[in-house]
Design a binder for this molecule. Sequence first.
Ligand SMILES: Cc1cc2nc3c(=O)[nH]c(=O)nc-3n(C[C@H](O)[C@H](O)[C@H](O)COP(=O)(O)OP(=O)(O)OC[C@H]3O[C@@H](n4cnc5c(N)ncnc54)[C@H](O)[C@@H]3O)c2cc1C
Length: 504
Amino acid sequence: MTMPTSKSSISISRKRWKNYVNDQSADPLRFSKPKSLSELREILEEAGKLRLKVKAIGSGHSSSDIAISRDWMIDTHGLVQVFDNLQLDLNVSADNLFFVECGIRIRDVNRELEKLGKALINMGAFDGQTIAGVISTSTHGSGIMLGAFPDYLRSIFLLAEDGTLHQIERSPGKGISKGPARIKEAGQINFIQNDDYFFSAGVSMGCLGIIYAVVIEVTNKYMLEETRHFSKWSKVKKELQEGNILLDKRHYEVLVSPYFFNGNDHKCLVTERIISHREYKSPLIPRGHRKILPELFVRIVPTFLIDAAIRFLINHFPKIIPSFVQTEINTLTDKGYIDKSYKVLNLGKDNNLAAYATEIALPEKRYLDAVEEIIRIVNKSVDEGRQYLTAPFSLRFVKCSPFYLSMQYGNTDEFVCMIEFPTVSKTIGGLELLARIEDALYRFGGIPHWGQINHVGGQGQSSVEKLYPRFNDWMRIYKILAPEGRFENDFTHRCGISHFHDLK
Ligand SMILES: Cc1cc2nc3c(=O)[nH]c(=O)nc-3n(C[C@H](O)[C@H](O)[C@H](O)COP(=O)(O)OP(=O)(O)OC[C@H]3O[C@@H](n4cnc5c(N)ncnc54)[C@H](O)[C@@H]3O)c2cc1C
């Protein structure tokens, strides 16, 4: 039942919201899908009067509880306007800047940029998320010279709980603007150029305010060539220890099977991508990331059937899982896949399978030891309780980020290795094994991805204060911009970052 309750009829009640992988849901008191800044402001004003918490949501692609609220959830997909850069008062060239509202999906960003002859400098393995969603959780792709999404942020328009629209940039001399932008509907904009504000507001998991719009840096459109080959962990480890491989390729990623083959080794799939200057001809049969027959199979057979078959097999015959994981790796080898950058960076059909993941950022100096520990834990769990990892785990190397609550936070001359553990939904023992791995990786300096399943919080090794050296600076800005804690939720409570629990 839909019941308009606010003056602009933008709010409904009795709506159940579920995230993309169906592992998080909420029945909030109110649910809105605003289409303008004025409507957003109206919601905040009413929430303030009713003393309700508010949470902006993107595409719900986070598997963690980060986006849910019991009070008022705001679907941002109605906010997709692309602005003219002339509306910015710039002190740099407007050529490689893209100014857009928060709710646009990455796939639509790619489409809009292509019309302009431009492209994202980097992206993750999927394009269904919103631009504000990927910035808020520090979503990343790969490349040690390339940062995660927030690192391309140049200006952020944050709507605070009191209705003020702040335009936040780096400190004077490093920011891109001379003064506030001219957005007709916005009225007066509070212009802030301050590194503490900027590096706090970018990755803030929706806590500091509602990101209304962003300006990101982009580049001229380009082609990528992808090669995927089979290898083994002993060889890959040696190449990584020698070091140059990560500098030679724009993108270098590895999938590792935790299970033993040929005695003491582990199957791996190495993916390398470089910029291609070869002439591009659109192939008759669209290419994907794997051998042609498996690619046709996943394109033709409905995803729900593949999901059901895989789930049935792994839960009833868990012993097949190691062979299943190795077969998965074999089907993915491929070479000479050239296409537009955003097509090659997108993993494609695999993103539709019902799966969730835990993902941990490991420091440059510890990740190789962490891999050995992961292999040990998985095999111990198999031996002791038949708990299996149902997919290979992946290593993606990402430049460190200056954003205070980014999982990749660190000196920007260094990199982190993001290790992801995708798991088929409803795998027996799947969540328990992920939690065991997460616990172990804290000892290696690991920091869990905000948007993937995690247990960050509490007093111990997983406390936000211990994980993030600039947490206190972030908290200071948080209290200034959101003094009433309007954007807190159960996630901020369990993480220990709520500062104002008792609104009601
Ligand atoms: C198939 C799939 C593939 C993925 N691939 C990758 C990958 O390659 N790399 C990676 O790092 N992650 C990946 N992820 C994780 C995903 O990118 C992140 O969880 C991302 O944050 C989801 O974006 P979203 O738009 O769905 O945001 P949501 O999940 O809806 O929200 C995430 C957070 O952003 C906040 N938020 C959203 N919009 C706003 C706004 N306008 N203002 C303030 N706060 C806001 C929400 O409150 C919440 O805290 C993947 C997830 C899936 C399901």
